[in-house]
Design a protein around this ligand. Sequence first.
Ligand SMILES: [Zn+2]
Ligand SMILES: [Zn+2]
Ligand SMILES: [Zn+2]
Ligand SMILES: [Zn+2]
Ligand SMILES: [Zn+2]
Length: 200
Amino acid sequence: MEAALDQATSTCSHCDRAIPIANVDLHNAHCSRNLQKCKVCGDMVPKKNAEDHYLTTHAPVSCSLCSETIDRDIIDIHKGENCPKRIVTCDFCEFPLPAVDLAEHQEVCGNRTELCHLCNKYVRLRERYTHEARCNGIQDSAVGSSRNVREAERDEGVQRRRPQNEFSTKRLLFSIAITGIAVILGSIFLQRKADPSEMH
Ligand SMILES: [Zn+2]
Ligand SMILES: [Zn+2]
Ligand SMILES: [Zn+2]
Ligand SMILES: [Zn+2]
Ligand SMILES: [Zn+2]
């Protein structure tokens, strides 16, 4: 009879646990005075620790990067993927910077150009990958024309020099001719001078 009473239990109205009937009064006094049911997880926690329990287990947390209050469940996702202050790297220069500044930075950074060694054309960094996939190594008309301009300028230079060369060659031939004529004329004069003296 005593054993059966020991086995019998009663549910505590405070914590919903089965309490041996023999201990119910004592338990109820203790349970209602010291324990509190957590409204979030349903755990019985000591009343004096209830606030700590909530703060350390359930309360939203402040993001250490952006100081925003974030639900505890998603703080890791927030810091890794969503936080505006998380550090990301620029696609173009790989400089680390806060995510919130990335778009503005890449707008500028992606507009920088780099020489494609295949086609010898300056390509925007933002277009580099699509360019490299398409680049056939042939210099396109835009670059070809600027190259042709340079070649044309070079040719023009040659053409400009050529007449000068011809001119100086002509001058040289002309001065040789003059000298030759002078020599011939001189020898004629000498002959004419010499002839009469020989005649005499
Ligand atoms: Zn209880
Ligand atoms: Zn809880
Ligand atoms: Zn944040
Ligand atoms: Zn950059
Ligand atoms: Zn190219």
